[in-house]
Design a protein around this ligand. Structure first.
Ligand SMILES: [Fe+2]
Length: 141
């Protein structure tokens, strides 16, 4: 029985619709990886594997930009620390070894999926919740 992890639930919302919508798309990318694993990634084409990593890289960059832009606009006091978390994750997905992914997808796709899962659950539930609370109260003023 496959253990699906990327199910979005209301508790994960941070209260800022633009951020919540984007988080759900990142969860969707995680879900695509789960599907790939479930169907045996060794059968995936190189294009399918590259597409999913490119999608993850591009969407993550776009999403981090959105959050960082809001932090700047509303003078978020924890900006440096939050941006540092983004930078560490961004670097880790840029570092994905694509030739190795093509050769050993059955080993690499679960690793990438677990890495995304750890980051999303820890970051979304802690740092983004704190950012959301700050932004929601700042936007009211
Ligand atoms: Fe964030």
């Amino acid at each position: 029985m496959f253990d699906f992890k990327f199910d979005w639930c209301k508790e994960m919302e941070c209260g800022v619709p633009a951020i919540d919508d984007q988080h759900q798309i990142l969860f969707h990318i995680g879900r695509e990886m789960e599907q790939l694993i479930m169907h045996g990634c060794q059968n995936a084409t190189t294009k399918e594997l590259l597409d999913i990593v490119c999608e993850l890289r591009e969407y993550t960059s776009y999403h981090f930009y959105t959050e960082e832009d809001l932090m700047l606009k509303y003078n978020y006091p924890e900006t440096d620390q939050h941006k540092q978390s983004h930078a560490v994750f961004r670097a880790s997905i840029i570092d994905i070894d694509l030739p190795r992914l093509g050769k050993h997808p059955e080993e690499m796709v679960p690793q990438i999926k677990d890495h995304l899962q750890d980051f999303l659950f820890n970051h979304v539930m802690v740092e983004d919740q704190a950012l959301g609370r700050y932004l929601v109260s700042s936007m009211k003023e």
